[in-house]
Ligand binder design. Structure first.
Ligand code: GUN
Length: 288
């Protein structure tokens, strides 16, 4: 393997340690404990795993963690009234509604109901607008984690060619905004992009966020490129059982890339670390 491994797990542990120290200072010196509320509607097994990990990490950082697990059939009105309650709760500084929500609930309406100052996901339309215009905002956790790893590896990203594969509101679009803010030349590629491998081959930085197992192969990658794999796909293992793989064929791409994140142990842990950091940021802003 030629590529350097970007160890998201170790990086996330260091971020979480710093967050924990910050929380303990807030508690000791100001009597303020940051609080995060996570809301899950329904029984999506992957979401249940994510929500459990978020709650555990929140408690480990010394913060207040509140989990609201609502029945699949919960009405939109009941969900909106819970959000309203959490918006008014002074012990809660961050609110996250785990996506996807069931089909009968309008996700956009739900995200718009969260107080932008408590929107630790950075999905509220005002935070999206602030990020897009380069102003102070809550920044979505997964792209923020990717950016932190890229800055740590490269120092300045100025002038680099970045290709983001995937145009979701959660990852692709905010990732592109953050890379642009760091003075990269940014391309957002997607399922309709003509000659996707050719476009990706231009990149010094590739961020893959499409949800297609092992889609990116070595022949798509210019030698020395840094590859960040946001994909978390569960596939059948030969001989039974399942395993997690990214959107990047790790064994193949690591022969040509300069640096690469693994799955698991890359972007995933950084997402949770950034959620904790965003909650502390929201708490500090709320308390002046
Ligand atoms: N579902 C998948 N990723 C995310 C995320 O970052 N935040 C929320 N709220 N839901 C998600």
């Amino acid at each position: 393997m030629a590529a350097k491994l970007i160890d998201g797990k170790a990086f996330a542990a260091s971020v979480r340690e710093r967050v924990g120290e910050h929380v303990s200072r807030l508690v000791k010196e100001h009597g303020i404990q940051p609080g995060l509320a996570v809301v899950l509607v329904g029984e999506n097994p992957a979401s249940e795993v994510y929500v459990r990990s978020k709650g555990k990490a929140t408690k480990e950082a010394g913060m207040k963690s509140v989990e609201h697990k609502l029945d699949e059939k919960t009405s939109e009105a009941d969900l909106l009234s819970l959000i309203d309650e959490l918006n008014r709760d002074e012990t809660i500084h961050g609110i996250l509604v785990q996506l996807p929500v069931p089909d009968h609930i309008d996700a956009e309406k739900v995200l718009a109901a969260i107080d932008p100052a408590k929107d630790v996901d950075g999905f509220h339309i005002s935070n999206v607008g602030l990020l897009g215009t380069g102003q102070k905002s809550m920044v979505p956790c997964t792209p923020l984690g990717c950016l932190m790893m890229l800055r740590d590896h490269h120092g300045s990203l100025s002038g680099m060619e970045a290709v983001v594969i995937g145009r979701s509101n959660i990852v692709g679009k905010p990732m592109a905004q953050l890379l642009l803010k760091d003075s990269c030349t940014v391309t957002i590629a997607h399922s309709r992009t003509k000659d996707l491998p050719g476009v990706v081959r231009r990149a010094d930085i590739v961020v893959a966020a499409v949800g297609r197992p092992n889609m990116v192969t070595a022949d798509w990658i210019k030698p020395g490129t840094t590859v960040i794999d946001v994909g978390i796909n569960r596939i059948e293992k030969e001989g039974g059982g399942t395993r997690l793989v990214g959107d990047v064929d790790f064994d193949d791409v690591s022969k040509v890339a300069g640096a690469i994140t693994p799955v698991p142990g890359g972007v995933g842990p950084m997402t949770i670390a950034c959620l904790l950091a965003n909650t502390v940021t929201a708490c500090c802003r709320a308390n002046g």
